[in-house]
Structures are given as C-alpha cells and as structure tokens.
Design a protein around this ligand. Structure first.
Ligand code: DGT
Ligand code: CA
Ligand code: CA
Length: 577
C-alpha cells in the first residue's frame, strides 16, 4: 500500500491534535505540527526514500525520532505513537475538530473541563448553556456550535485538494506507463484545469490492446473497489476514497476525447454549440461533417475546426474564453518561470524552520532574485511573533546575510497582524524601516460583515500597508471566508496601490479565481506568494501560479515577476503617500 506524503502529514497532524487535546507539552505538539508541515510540503515521496534506504535525517527539520516514525509508517501503514494516543482519548473528540471554529485548544477545554467526549455530549452541553461559561468561549460561540450540530450532515461529495490528487496521479501514472502496449496517456478533468479541488480523476489512454490496459489498471495495488470494468471505460475507487475513471480511445479520437474529458462541461457545451452553428457535430470521438470526421486526433484541431485558437485548460470555464479566443484577445498567461521571488516567507525567527541564510540560499537555488522575510508579528504569540526589538535584530541579520552576497537578496518584511480595529500590530516608525509590510488577519474571523469590511479597509489606509495577504481568510474544506465585502476591499486596494496576495498554500489558494478576476478588472496589482515555513515550501508557488492562470493573469499583472529594482520602485511609493 503506497503511503503518500499526505498520509504522513495527516498522521502527524492527528498526533499533534490528540496531544494538544490531552494537554501535552506545547513543545511536543509544535514539533509534530512542524513534522506534518515538513512531510506534507516535501517535494519528493518519502516512501520512495525509505524504500531506497535514504537517510531521512538529511532533511531539514527531521531528526532521528521523526525519521523513525516516518519509516515505521511507510512500512506498516501506521504509527505506534499515534495508536497509543488514540487509545488514550475518546474517539469522538476528533470528530469535534471537524466543526468550524473548534480547534484542538477549544476541544481540549471542552474535554478536560466539561468532560465532553463527542458530538452528542457537546450538543447536550450547548443546549444547557454550559459552553458559554468556559474561558475562551462565549454565547456566540455556543450558538454557533449548536447551529452547526443541528444542521443535517451536509450531503457533500468528497473532494480532494490538488496536492493529494497529484500524489495519486504521480504513482498511478508511473504504474500505467508500465502497461504493455500503452501509446499515450493524459490526465484530463478538473485536475488538468487545475481547479483547487478535484472530485475524481479522469485519465485517458490510447493503447494497442484496451483490455490489457484495463486489466493492468484494476490490478493497481491501491484499488479498493472496481465500480465498472469495460473495454473503453473502467472506474475504480482507490484506498482513501478517490475515484478514477480510465478511458481508452483510438488515436483519431484522442484530441476530441481529451478536449471533452478536460471540460468543463459548460465549456464543452459552448464549443459544441459553435460547431453546430457551423453545421458540425461534436462529441468525444471527433468533429463530424455529415459522416465524415474532419477533426479530433489533436485538441488544437478541435479548436481550429470551430474557428478558435487553442485555449489553455485553466481558462475552460465558459467565462468568456471562447469570445477572447475568437477575437484574438486571450491573455498570455503568467507561468512559473516568470516568478522572480517570493514576498511572503517565514523564518525561524517566528514559526518557520529555516535560518535567514538558508532561505536566501534556497531562493537563490531556485533562480530567484529576491525573497522577503515576513515573520509573524507579536500578537500571534503561538507562532512566536516578533515584537519591535526582535524585528530590529532580524533586520541587522538580513543586512549581514545580504552583505555576503550569496543566494537571493533578502527583503525586509513582516506579516503584521491586522488588529480588530484595523490598526497594525507594530508601531509605524518600525514598519517604515521595512521594504514591505504584508498585512493579514489571524484572529477575529467572526466579526460582522460590516465590521470586518471596515477593519480591512482601515488596514489598507495605513501608510505602510504594501500587501494584503490571504485576503478572504478561507481555508478550503475547513473555514469559510470572512464575512466581508470583498468587492469594496479589492477596489480600495487598487486605488491605494496595495498589492493583493494570491496565497499558494494549497488549502488556501486565496484569492480565489473569481476574486482574482475581480481584482484584475479593478486594476489591482497581485503577487503570488507561498507563505512558506521551510525551504521546500517555496515549491508551492506553482499552485498559486495555477490559480493566477485560472484568474486570467498575465505576467504584467503579477508584481513578483518584476526584477528587484522595478519591484523596489513599486513598493516604495506606497510607504510615503
Ligand atoms: P470534478 O471531477 O468534479 O472535479 O470535475 P470534472 O470537471 O473533472 O468533471 P467530471 O469528472 O464529472 O467529468 C470530466 C469532464 O467530462 C467534464 O469536465 C466535462 C466532461 N463531461 C462530463 N459530463 C458531461 C456532460 O454531461 N456533457 C458534456 N458536454 N461534458 C461532460
Ligand atoms: Ca473529474
Ligand atoms: Ca469523472
């Protein structure tokens, strides 16, 4: 059974959650959270490294103990430490973590102070008004909990974040390529369109012998259920719940099928309509005029047949891309190679893993010209946020690292908390000493729409605010965006010259594609950042780039495609208006 990096990440996260609920030493909890982040963001498959006998302690942040746990998990599929911790605590507690607004700290208080062991107890206690008495909870929280518990479990189809889907694709693709007689293989569907979550995987093959491919596919070691097996289509469910549809098509239909199964459905329907207007019939096998197939072996042939130029998969949502293609106004989309640096990265001064020098070197090794160090500010004490004094020390060290001239140039920054009233968490005279000030909300997610909007607008008025990070606060699959009027916020940011972040963390991807378009239309500048907490995290930038592409961004829309001197010019005026 392949153990993916995301499986390891989940194990360490659960271990940290359980320890935190139990009230274990904060230091241990944090160590496992860091472990989760390291394995989750690691660019190579740890399972392969274990199998090849590589030394895991060579990975930054992985010591002997962690390496042992990873090896155990890869070999056995579980961790003894996690099993033990599971046995210690009621299993219902983990379910509580799924409720919005309940993190391990709150669950810990519920368990240890009120003896709540699961959703049933929680409902009872909330009904009796006992939750509001607890420190850190209030009447509002209690009402919210009750409300959530009373909702019928939402009938939600299960979706997977992109990195999770990529892991599966990586292993499965390698496996399928070993199949006898395989000619071509492409991944289609929402995965190819780079949507932030994927419902199921759609794989297309051309093969000499379809049934042999299908046999090979269902024999994949991770298949837990075969939903249907046919000559041209087979669907399976993998361990972990992901469905994979495999379709085999002949070469003369490969382009038409790739187009059809890439979608989106709305895009397909619009293209088909264009074809119909020209008197053609379009389906997943080809484009036909009467009985004769006039296109379909290549995807670009499909577009050409209906009078369009090729449309990138990220744009295929029927949101104007057909018109733009017909008019020759499709944007030349930004690409990962255009990115010249990262403007939102954490070091070991706050909750990151890396030293300043190592960050500069890692960024340099990626070919970046610059990297802004933006640790948390003091208010975020759980992340060891910096006060003025430590920030000033950091600035001195940045000067020293830059003076050595190795790697990328470090820029002086901070990820400063936006306080509930919209003020910033550090004095203005300190902020003025920085190259850029990344402003973000990390608490008070539940303010009313009006209060939250005003808070964000107030932050934009601050003379030092250069970037608004993860502007909507959404966490995919776990936290809704704040209640705020994003249209107003985006418009004001554009007017003030404040840059809006596209945060590349795969569970954030914030701004969303919709807000990116809104921002582009408002004339706002954007920046694609990783919010990395270790060097490997810099790789996540590609998810942000995908998101930017889905938002129709060109290179010139994205500030961190600029060379350093140009970037400095862009950043400095905002400090002095
Ligand atoms: P997902 O899996 O929910 O993340 O999203 P998709 O886009 O991968 O959707 P999926 O797997 O249901 O189908 C793959 C593609 O097949 C879809 O993007 C477009 C095409 N398709 C599916 N059903 C229809 C349909 O009824 N009409 C048309 N024209 N195309 C369809
Ligand atoms: Ca799909
Ligand atoms: Ca599908």
């Amino acid at each position: 059974m392949p153990v993916h990096n995301s499986d390891l990440e989940e194990m360490f996260t659960t271990l940290a959650d359980l320890l935190e609920i139990e009230g274990a030493n904060q230091y241990r909890v944090r160590a496992y959270r860091n472990a989760a982040r390291i394995v989750g963001g690691y660019p190579r498959r740890l399972a392969d490294m274990v199998q090849q006998g590589e030394d895991l302690t060579a990975i930054q942040g992985v010591g002997k103990e962690l390496a042992g746990k990873i090896e155990e998990a890869v070999r056995s599929g579980d961790m003894t430490a996690l099993q033990k911790q599971r046995e210690k605590l009621p299993s219902g507690l983990l379910q509580l973590l799924d409720l919005e607004g309940l993190g391990p700290k709150k669950v810990s208080a519920l368990y240890r102070e009120l003896g709540i062991t699961g959703p049933e107890d929680l409902k009872e206690a909330a009904g009796e008004g006992r939750i509001r008495e607890l420190k850190g909870f209030g009447k509002k929280t209690e009402e919210k909990i009750l409300h959530e518990l009373e909702q019928p479990a939402p009938h939600q189809e299960r979706r997977f974040l992109l990195p999770r889907a990529e892991e599966v694709v990586g292993v499965l693709q390698d496996y399928l390529r070993q199949a006898p007689g395989l000619i071509k293989l492409e991944i289609a569907g929402s995965f190819r369109r780079r949507k932030e979550t994927v419902g199921d995987l759609d794989i297309l093959v051309q093969a000499e012998d379809n049934s042999r491919i299908m046999e090979h596919f269902v024999a994949f070691e991770d298949v837990s259920e075969v939903l249907m097996q046919g000559e041209t289509r087979t669907s399976v469910v993998l361990r972990g719940g992901m469905q994979v549809d495999l379709r085999a098509v002949p070469g003369q239909s490969f382009g038409a099928a790739l187009h059809y199964f890439t979608g989106s459905k709305a895009h397909n329907i619009a293209v088909r309509k264009m074809g119909q207007n020209l008197g053609y019939k379009i389906n997943e096998y080809g484009i036909y005029q009467g009985e004769e197939q006039i296109a379909g072996s290549t995807e670009s042939g499909v577009y050409q047949a209906v009078g369009l130029t090729y449309i990138e998969p990220e744009l295929r949502e029927d949101l104007g891309e057909l018109e733009a293609s017909a008019n020759g106004t499709l944007p030349e989309l930004v690409s990962a190679a255009d990115i010249r640096g990262d403007l939102h990265v954490h070091s070991h001064y706050s909750d990151g893993a890396e030293s300043l020098r190592d960050l500069a070197l890692a960024a340099g090794a990626r070919g970046y010209a610059y990297l802004a160090v933006t640790d948390h500010s003091q208010r975020l004490s759980v992340a060891r946020g910096l006060g003025s004094e430590r920030l000033l020390q950091q600035l001195e060290e940045i000067d020293k690292v830059n003076a050595q001239g190795e790697g990328a140039t470090l820029l002086k920054g901070i990820e400063v908390d936006i306080l509930p009233d919209g003020g910033l968490d550090l004095p203005e005279d300190v902020l003025r000493r920085l190259d850029l000030v990344v402003c973000a909300i990390h608490s008070g997610f539940n303010l009313s729409g009006q209060a939250q909007t005003e808070r964000l607008l107030a932050a934009l008025e601050h003379p030092c605010c250069s970037v608004l990070a993860h502007p909507t606060g959404r966490m995919l699959q776990s936290r809704s965006p704040y209640d705020a009027d994003m249209e107003r916020v985006i418009r004001r940011a554009a007017e003030r010259g404040v840059i809006l972040e596209i945060n590349s963390q795969p569970d954030r991807l914030d701004l969303s594609d919709v807000h990116i378009r809104m921002a582009r239309e408002a004339g706002a500048r954007m920046v694609i950042c990783t919010d990395a907490h270790n060097a490997a995290g810099l790789d996540l930038v590609r998810y942000g780039v995908d998101q930017a592409r889905r938002g129709w961004l060109k290179k010139s829309d994205v500030a961190n495609t600029l060379e350093l001197a140009e970037l400095r010019r862009l950043l400095s005026p905002s400090k002095y208006v």
